[in-house]
Design a protein around this ligand. Structure first.
Ligand SMILES: [Zn+2]
Length: 464
C-alpha cells in the first residue's frame, strides 16, 4: 500500500540550519570564535601559525617529538617540520589501533615577493611579486597589505619580518588603474583585469638624496638596512610574502559570520587543534592533528603532504611502541579537513544547488573533489562516508554534503589524495566558506563551532 504524503515526507532528506537543530549553539559559537579570531590574526602565514600553535601546545603539556624516546598512552607530542608545518599527537591507549588523523593546511593564497624584488620606475619604488596559489588577481590591488617572512643574513642570523599588522605600522599596496581612463582595461577578460606582472607592490616615493634614477630604490634599501642590517643580495635568499593587513572581524548585522583572510584552511586547522587540546581523556586510537604547508600549490615541497614527513613521524611512533607500521596505518582513518565552497545565490549558475553546501548548515562532507570527471580526487568509499555520518549523528553533529559547483565548471583538490596514497582511508570534511581564496573569506560561526565538535568526536572514534 502506498504511503501517505506525511509518511513519505518523513523519508525525505532536507538539511536544516545548525540554529534550528542545536540549542544554545549561537552563544557557544560566539564565544568559541573569539579564540578563532586571535588564531587567524597570529597566523597570516604558515610560519605564524606554527609559532602560535607551538606556544599554545607547550602551555598544554605537549613536548617536542624525539624519535629516540619511548612513548606511552596519554603522551602529547608535536613535530615541527622546518617551522612551516606541524604534526601534533596524543598517543592512544591501544598501540596497534592506528590513528584518527585530521589533516588541514595552514598555507593560504597570497602575493610572494620575487627573489630580486626591488626596483624603481618614474620615481616610485616597487617590489616585483609572484603570486602563490589560485587567486583572482584583480582582487589583490588597492588593498592594504602587510609584509611577512624571513631573511637569512650572510652570518646565518634569521631576521623575522612583520610590517603592517600593528595599527601604527605602515601598510603596502598594489595599484589599480582609475576608472576614468580604464577603457582598455575594461575590455580585458576578468582573469586579466590585473595581470601577474602587474601585481607590483608600491614601497615608497622618497628619494635618498637628489632626484637621480634609482634614488627611491636606494632609500628603500637604506631603510631595510637600518631596520634589519641587510643588503639587496640578502633578499635573493629570503622568503617574503604580502598578505591582506586586515584583522579578522565579525560579519553581518547579526554578527553570525567571520570575515577574514586565510580562513582556507585555518577555519579547519583551529577546530582540529582546539579539539585535540581539549580531549578530556586519552583516546583509544592515537589522535593526530596535521597542519600542512604547500597545499595551495599542490602539496609539493618538503613541508607539504607529498613529502615523507608524516609517514616518518608515524613510523617513529610505531617503533617507539614496538608495533607494525603497516598494521597501524591500515587501522588509521583521516578527515581531510579543508574548506568547502558554499553556495552563493548571487552566482547561482555556477552551482548545482541540490548538491551544494550552504552557510550555517553544518560541516560539509565531500565524497570527491577533483575536476573534469573527478580527476585528481581520492573519492572516498560508501563504507567510510556512512561510518563518518553515523559518528556525526551519534554525537549530534550537524553535517551536509556538498561538492564544488556544477560538473565541468572547474574544481579543486585537497590533501586527501596524498593521505590516500599512504593506504589510509580518507574523506573530505570541513567548513563551507564564501569568497574562497579572496583577501576576505566568509564563514559561519555555527559551522566553525560544529567543526570543533566534529573533530572532538572523530579523535575519540574507536577502532570498531
Ligand atoms: Zn584549502
Amino acid at each position: 500500500m502506498a504511503l501517505t504524503k506525511d509518511e513519505a515526507k518523513k523519508l525525505e532528506y532536507r538539511p536544516k540550519t545548525v540554529y534550528s537543530l542545536v540549542k544554545e549553539v549561537e552563544k557557544t559559537a560566539e564565544e568559541y570564535c573569539e579564540g578563532y579570531k586571535e588564531f587567524l590574526n597570529a597566523s597570516k602565514t604558515e610560519r605564524g601559525a606554527v609559532r602560535f600553535t607551538i606556544a599554545e601546545a607547550v602551555s598544554r603539556g605537549f613536548e617536542s617529538f624525539d624519535a629516540k624516546k619511548k612513548y606511552n598512552s596519554g603522551d602529547k607530542v608535536y613535530y615541527n617540520n622546518r617551522n612551516k608545518s606541524l604534526i601534533l599527537a596524543v598517543i592512544g591507549t591501544d598501540a596497534k589501533a592506528g590513528a584518527n588523523i585530521i589533516a588541514s593546511h595552514i598555507d593560504s593564497p597570497r602575493i610572494d615577493l620575487k627573489q630580486k624584488p626591488l626596483y624603481e620606475e618614474n620615481g616610485i619604488g616597487y617590489f616585483k611579486t609572484h603570486y602563490y596559489g589560485g587567486i583572482k588577481k584583480y582582487q589583490w590591488s588597492a588593498l592594504p597589505l602587510a609584509l611577512h617572512g624571513v631573511i637569512i643574513k650572510k652570518s646565518g642570523e634569521v631576521v623575522e619580518v612583520c610590517i603592517g599588522e600593528d595599527e601604527n605600522d605602515p601598510v603596502l599596496c598594489i595599484s589599480d588603474l582609475m576608472p576614468h581612463i580604464g577603457k582598455d582595461q575594461y575590455d580585458r577578460k576578468l582573469s586579466e583585469g590585473i595581470k601577474g606582472e602587474e601585481l607590483n607592490i608600491i614601497t615608497g616615493i622618497k628619494p635618498l638624496d637628489g632626484d637621480e634614477d634609482e634614488s627611491v630604490k636606494l632609500n628603500i634599501l637604506s631603510i631595510l638596512s637600518e631596520k634589519y642590517g641587510i643588503c639587496e643580495a640578502d633578499l635573493i635568499t629570503a622568503e617574503l610574502t604580502a598578505v591582506p593587513a586586515m584583522k579578522a572581524r565579525d560579519a553581518g548585522l547579526d554578527r553570525s559570520m567571520i570575515l577574514a583572510y586565510g580562513q582556507d584552511d585555518k577555519v579547519c586547522s583551529y577546530p582540529s587543534l582546539t579539539a585535540l587540546f581539549e580531549l578530556d581523556k586519552t583516546p583509544e586510537k592515537t589522535a593526530i592533528c596535521i597542519l600542512a604547508d604547500k597545499e595551495e600549490i599542490g602539496s609539493y615541497g618538503v613541508t607539504g603532504l607529498n613529502s615523507q614527513a608524516l609517514s616518518h613521524f608515524i613510523k617513529d611512533i610505531c617503533d617507539s611502541r614496538s608495533v607494525s607500521y603497516t598494521e597501524f596505518i591500515k587501522n588509521s582513518v583521516c578527515l581531510s579537513a579543508d574548506v568547502g565552497g558554499a553556495y552563493d545565490p548571487t552566482f547561482a549558475s555556477a552551482y548545482d544547488s541540490r548538491n551544494s553546501a550552504f552557510l550555517a548548515k553544518g560541516i560539509v562532507i565531500t565524497k570527491y573533489t577533483g575536476s573534469r570527471g573527478k580527476s585528481g580526487s581520492s573519492d572516498a568509499s560508501a563504507e567510510l562516508f556512512s561510518k563518518i555520518v553515523r559518528l556525526f549523528e551519534k554525537n549530534g553533529i550537524v553535517w551536509q554534503n556538498g561538492e564544488y559547483g556544477k560538473v565541468d565548471q572547474g574544481g579543486a583538490g585537497t590533501v586527501a589524495s596524498e593521505i590516500a596514497a599512504m593506504n589510509i582511508d580518507v574523506i573530505d570534511a570541513g567548513v563551507p566558506v564564501l569568497c574562497m581564496h579572496s583577501p576576505a573569506e566568509l564563514a559561519a560561526k555555527v559551522d566553525i563551532h560544529m567543526m570543533h565538535r566534529a573533530s572532538e568526536a572523530f579523535y575519540c572514534m574507536t577502532k570498531d
